[in-house]
Each structure stands twice: as C-alpha cells, then as structure tokens.
Design a protein around this ligand. Sequence first.
Ligand code: HEM
Length: 449
Amino acid sequence: MFLDVPMQPILVVDSAQAATDLLEKRSHLYSDRLQLLMPKLMSWDFSMALMPYGADWRAHRKAFHRYFEPNALPAYDDIIRHEISACISRLLDSPENITIHVRQMFASMILQIVYGMKIHSLDDEFIRVVEEALDGANRAGAIGENWVEFLPFLQYIPSWLPGGRTSRLAERYKPFVENMIKGPLQKVRSALNEGVAIPCIANSMLMELQDKVGSSELPLDQERLLRNVTGVAYIGASDTTVSAVTSFLLAMALYPNVQKKAQEELDRVVGTGRLPEPSDWDSLVYIQAVTLETMRWIPAGPLAVPHRLTEDDEYNGYFIPAGTIVIPNAWAMLHDPSDYPEPGTFKPERFIKDGRIDPNVRNPRAFAFGFGRRVCPGEDLGFNAVGLFIATALQVFNISAGVDADSKPQKLSTEVRDGFIIHPITVPTGISPRSDAAERLIREQPASV
Ligand code: HEM
C-alpha cells in the first residue's frame, strides 16, 4: 500500500514476498531510518536503532554483534538461568504481580550481562531514569505533536519564551537519556580504576578499547561507541521480551491442551528433579514450537521499525521515490493464512513434522525480528531467553486465567495495548505449582539476585 503523503511518501509492505524482495534482497537501498529532530534534541540519537544507514551505524552494529552473536551467548547462560529461577521463586509467592516479576527478570538479566549491575526491584533508581527517558522517546516520536519536525527553527526558541515547547521538552528529557547511557558505564569504569573488574560486556569492551588506544583515556569517537553500544541493549531487550512472555502466558491460559502437551514433553525430557537447561533445548521440540508460535501469534513489534529508502526504486512496475518510509507489516505476514492456516489460533503443531521442526513452514523469526541489514541484532539472545523461560515456567507451573484486580475470575482476551511494542491487555494470574515436587524445586531456587 503506497500513501502519497506530501513531502513524506509511505509504503506499507504486507506480504512476505515483497518484504523479501525489497527489504532483504535490496537491503542496500532499504536500510536507512527517518531522521527526526526531536529525538536528536533529547540525545536519543545515541541509539543504533535510529541511526541513519552508513559507516557510523555499521561500526556500531559490528561492535554490538561481537557481544551478541551466537558464539558469545553461552557466557551469559548462568545469568539467564539464575534470573529465571529467581523469577519463578517470586511468582510462587505473589503470582498476581506476574508482569512486575517478568519485567524485573529481564531488566536484571540484561543489565547484568551489559553492566554487571544487579537490580533488586523495579523501584531501582536506574529503572526510574530509563522510564523517564522512554517517556521522552514516546513524546519525541509523536511527530504530529512536534511542530519542530516541520518548522526546524523552533528548536532555537528558548524554553522560557512562548513557542519554546521544543526546548522545554529537550531540557526536560535530555538529562535522563544521558544519565541512562552514562551512569552505569561510569560505575564500571570506576570499579576498573579501583582494580575490580566487573565481568560484563561494558568492562570487556572498555578494556579492549583501552588496550587498542594504549591509554585509559579513550578518544571521543571510541568513548561514544562504548557508550552507545552498551546503552542500546537495555532499550532493545527489555520491553520486547516482556511482551513475548506475557503473550505466551496468555496463550497457555487460553489453550490448556497445548500447555499439557508441552508439560508432557518436559516430564519426558527433563524429568521432575531439575529445571530445564539450555543443553535440553534441541530435545524440546514442542517447546521450540511453542516459542516460535508465541513470536508469530502476537509479535512484540508488529510493524518492526520503519525503514527508509535511499534511492529511487521500481518494483513490479511501480515507482518508489527515494526518501519513502517503508513500514513492514510483520503482523500481516505472520497472520497470512497461506503460510499459517487459521492464523488467529495458537497452534505449535503447525511447525512440527515427523518429530522435528518442519523446515518447510516459514520460520516466524524471519519477520518477528525485523528485516534485512536492520534485523534485530539481539535476536538470538532474546529468543533463547524467552524460550528458556517458557520451558521453565511450564515445567513447574500450571497457568490459568486467575482473578482480576477485584478478585473476580478474569476474562481473557487477545486484545493488545497499542504502541510501538504491543502487550496483551489481560495477563493470566492463575500461576500455581504443578505438584509438590514442582513446589519443592521452586523453593530450592534463590528468591532474589
Ligand atoms: C523477543 C525479543 C525481541 C524482539 C521481538 C525484537 C524485535 C526487534 C525488531 C522487530 C527490530 C526492528 C528491525 C528492523 O528495523 O527491521 C529490532 C531492532 C533492534 N533490536 Fe530487537 N528484539 C528483541 C530482542 C532484542 C534484544 C535482546 C536486544 C539487545 C540485546 C535487541 C536489540 C535491538 C537493536 C539494537 C535493534 C536496532 C537494530 C538497528 O537498527 O540496526 N533486541 N528488534
């Protein structure tokens, strides 16, 4: 669908074929991003996800990839397992706070991996700083509300003058964004200066860069790379993973037969005396299918992040002008009945043939994690962590609708809260141990980090 909006043409891509042809095969043309002024004025331009396509973005991707490519991931297994165990332990005690527990689990996981930073609750000072920064991002992204996008001179009107809204917003949110990306890094650096190396990505990257330049003082460009690469991980990882897990919980409560089948597989492969480990993954074919179906059924980012075309192009006889914003409609691709019959039904079986994942069924990861050169660089970490949580939760808990805030039986629906990242509106709270053995196993886990 082409929207001929004056000054800003928009192309919405609904089909897997067109997405592959344009965003994958011609990815050298379709990998730019729309550059807005308001996020830049708030310092959000540190984020690789918003950077224009080019050498600077490439340098950031390359540095990020080193720490998140599949071979780097086993180093984080202990942190992931520990955080999942702590989460199921908290879930046993207060299942009604499920969303908070899941959010804390992923926040703590990624912050430990990146900064060696443990958070003990969502009231942690750093999380509050991030929430403010994200509030700023939402306001900056509301293009229609920010006249500065159409009248750039507005950025020069001081905040104390009428018409100074742009400066007021920038002054309000910029400190939070800068604090978010500089604060934790400062702690890692201070620890290193005191001779205590915190094992984490920020520390490894800092040491490597210091070795490379032969000094503890990094040149500005290296300092910026370090700050940006570490700073973007929490932003990319936190909400997407929570969305996937809440969609999974919803699916389990709505489809008890799927839940039962998954639990049978877990009992057969893992047994009842221990929690699932990453090394069980290859044998847990049904759990793999449940994880894939979760990503397909309610994709966390249904419209990915819009791409931008850098040169005039032509496709199937249609002219597409340079500068067109391309919105990949991943939701439509993941709900296309020709690839996924009965797309609204949660049916992991669609991915299995002869006891294995069927390579002839289109893998939903190809759409759920974005496209071409901009594909999510945290895909493997995100998928693995969500998958291990799914296996662990199903091994020890039965999941049902539970009660709502007024203690009345909860009516579940598949409606989602709108946004760049979507979340189911109703989240099951009926989380109870499957058996006495499961309860004992949970109680053996640490309750907090
Ligand atoms: C279930 C988990 C996740 C989902 C569903 C997800 C989804 C996405 C999607 C749809 C995009 C946009 C791709 C495009 O523009 O075509 C994206 C980009 C990105 N994601 Fe993820 N993501 C997840 C986890 C993570 C994790 C764990 C990290 C970091 C460790 C991360 C970091 C990023 C970054 C940095 C980008 C921007 C890439 C760029 O513009 O070059 N994501 N993700």
